[in-house]
Design a protein around this ligand. Structure first.
Ligand code: SF4
Length: 648
């Protein structure tokens, strides 16, 4: 009874010590262990990808447990063609297994010869036939359907040549038990992806993996991994990683990624899903470290930055980052620190002017002073530049009073800074998204001959302004090519085009493209809204009580339909709760995460985690990558120019 007492994953240790830079970390976990935990947190997305690719194919397994027993027994240590042919020949010669009990061993050996190991298999097969007849009184295993899993497993593994994996196959394929057989393909994929360590013998791998995955996913994960192993993640020869849609999740693939050129390196604090990092990377920066207190954000960030390991993506409050740990990291030179401290408090300032005017409570709220934590990182890493993003109200409220306070704080830490208000729509992003960016440069002693901070900042701002060009891509333009959906349709992973995986072509998948189910009343309102119209204007045209469930003065933008021929209004994290303000112009529903991601200028291969509408939270908070790239480009161009002048 070795296998149903399967080991559980060892519980994480609750270390009280500071670990990986975070004082309140849950334990001293290795990079590999963190990778594995991230895979397990997002196993449903991995299962969705495999399902979209292979659609749980039929591998020829049998629905009758007796048939499956013989089929699986023949399949051991041989190829699919060999054991399929052997089974077909045997079942044609013995349409009723009862007759097999009196069969001549020589006849059986000749029939199953194509599966190899003829003598041994024949001996085991005939011995099993005898035992089943003696134990159950017939050559039929249907009785096992009424047994519990433990009893079935014990009986099957008492048969000759039937080990834990074979027993699990019979239980899964023909007895509908939610178990997880580990064949050679599944073993290889799980090892390469990082679910298990390398070098385990097969029984050990089966024991560890048997209970690793949620019951409801075990069947699809198994059959689809077998298909993936046969086509892409081949055990023999080189795995075809360049064609693999699981590569972002795969430790083998990630370990093979070359480190980026780190001439311009950066740290992203409050990194979220990684929109700013993506833009800065496109501009030429490499990421040294990223920090966020949301596990969902760092899982997404890690997944989409394949060159990083999990000790470079830290999940913790920035206040909890240990100075000693960060000081150790500070040995490496960092060109820039980017950060977008949570802006909820500053957003409120625009609405709550009274509180802001007397200034008594506002800066006492710790949430509104996270810029100080950001400044603490400047002290540690001493980058040449920083960029801090926030909502525009921060700069404009009370004649710039708060912006002044923040700039003074940066100055205390040795940085000149300049706030610049940008609208993403002026930088090729199909979205009316206004944000303030404080761009800072370190003040160096004059005698070092370095270009002055103020001169350099002015040049950066000038360059950013020069790059402005009105976005001519409408919502319809940027969402073109995505599958059309009705309310309640779509999926976390959708397969596009070809139903077959063609040799040498990576199948195209669309991620995060699913919609809500809306109630009848909301669907009615969506339909009646004109493009670009909000609830306030709608209420002037429509007076039916049923269509006006909310106070139209307080909730003027409660409903809003996107103008398909223009750019979209700002994507916000509230979309995780409802999409009433983001009604699709052509389909009667709210927009999907993928449509919002296209509006935010994320590429289609950027996957948001975890599965569900919470994907909107970090997407809504993200800096549009295209906008970040413009800032990054401007900083690098200015830096290069300054360096030339400094060398003269
Ligand atoms: S990326 Fe390569 S090693 Fe990893 S699962 Fe895909 S094919 Fe296998």
């Amino acid at each position: 009874m070795q296998n149903l007492s399967l080991q559980k994953t060892a519980p994480e240790k609750n270390a009280t010590i500071m670990v990986n830079g975070c004082k309140d970390s849950r334990g001293a976990l290795s990079k590999r262990k963190k990778h594995k935990l991230s895979l397990l947190r997002n196993i449903d997305t991995i299962a969705d990808i495999l399902e979209a690719l292979y659609n749980s194919p039929d591998h020829g397994n049998k629905s009758s447990p007796m048939d499956e027993l013989i089929y699986i027994h023949l399949s051991k240590k041989t190829n699919e063609r060999g054991y399929s042919e052997a089974f077909n020949r045997l079942s044609s010669a013995f349409p009723n297994w009862e007759r097999l009990s009196d069969a001549n061993p020589e006849t059986v050996r000749n029939l199953i010869g194509s599966a190899g190991l003829g003598n041994q298999r024949t001996k085991e097969l005939l011995a099993n036939i005898k035992k089943i007849r003696s134990d159950l009184g017939c050559l039929n295993l249907d009785e096992l359907r009424c047994w519990n899993s433990r009893k079935i497993f014990k009986f099957l593994t008492s048969l000759q040549g039937i080990g834990p994996k074979s027993a699990f196959c019979i239980m899964m394929y023909s007895l509908n038990k939610q178990v997880f057989p580990v064949d050679t393909h599944v073993h290889t994929i799980c090892e390469r992806m990082g679910f298990i360590v390398g070098g385990l013998d097969h029984d050990r791998a089966q024991t560890i993996l048997a209970k690793m995955f949620p019951k409801k996913l075990r069947y699809s994960l198994h059959v689809n991994m077998v298909a993936h192993g046969r086509k892409i993640c081949r055990k023999r020869g080189r795995p075809l990683c360049e064609l693999c849609n699981l590569s972002k999740f795969c430790l083998y693939f990630r370990n093979a990624q070359k480190a980026r050129d780190d001439t311009f390196s950066m740290i992203d604090v409050f990194c979220g899903a990684g929109g700013a990092s993506l833009g800065f990377k496109d501009a030429g920066f490499s990421i040294k470290l990223a920090v966020d207190n949301s596990r969902k954000a760092t899982d997404t960030y890690y997944l989409n930055n394949e060159e990083l390991s999990f000790d470079q993506v830290i999940t913790c409050d920035i206040e909890s980052l240990d100075e000693e740990f960060m000081n150790e990291r500070a040995d490496e030179e960092v060109t820039l620190i980017f950060g977008g401290p949570p802006c909820q408090g500053w957003s409120i300032i625009g609405k709550n002017r009274k509180n802001g005017t007397n200034g008594i409570n506002f800066l006492k709220d710790q949430k509104n002073t996270l810029y100080k934590e950001f400044a603490r990182q400047l002290d540690i890493f001493k980058p040449r530049y920083f960029v801090m993003e926030n909502v525009p109200a921060l700069a404009t409220a009370h004649n710039g009073k708060y912006a002044g306070i923040i700039r003074n704080e940066f100055k205390k830490h040795g940085y000149e800074s300049i706030p610049i208000k940008l609208n993403a729509s002026n930088y090729g992003v199909s979205q009316n998204r206004k944000r303030i960016f404080f761009i800072g440069r370190r003040i160096y002693p004059k005698e070092k001959g370095i270009v002055s901070a103020v001169d350099e900042l002015n040049k950066i701002v000038e360059r950013i302004r020069e790059k402005a060009k009105k976005c001519d891509n409408s919502f319809r333009d940027v969402t073109k090519g995505l599958p059309r959906l009705n309310a309640g349709e779509g999926a976390n992973v959708l397969r596009m085009h070809d139903p077959e995986i063609k040799d040498g072509i990576k199948p195209k998948l669309i991620f995060n493209h699913f919609t809500r189910r809306h109630n009848e009343r909301d669907l009615k309102i969506y339909k009646l809204l004109s493009e670009g119209e909000d609830y306030g204007h709608f209420s002037i045209r429509h007076k039916e009580k049923e269509l006006l469930p909310y106070d139209t003065k307080s909730f003027k933008t409660k409903f809003r339909k996107i103008n398909g021929d223009s750019y979209c209004h700002a994507i916000i994290s509230h979309l995780s709760r409802d999409a009433n303000s983001y009604v699709h112009p052509d389909d009667n529903r709210g927009i999907t995460v993928r449509e919002a991601a296209r509006v935010q200028s994320f590429p289609d291969d950027f996957i948001f985690l975890p599965k569900g509408f919470s994907q909107f939270i970090h997407l809504g908070n993200a800096v549009p990558p295209k906008l970040a790239k413009v800032i990054g480009d401007s900083i690098i161009e200015t830096f290069m120019e300054s360096k030339e002048n400094e060398q003269v």
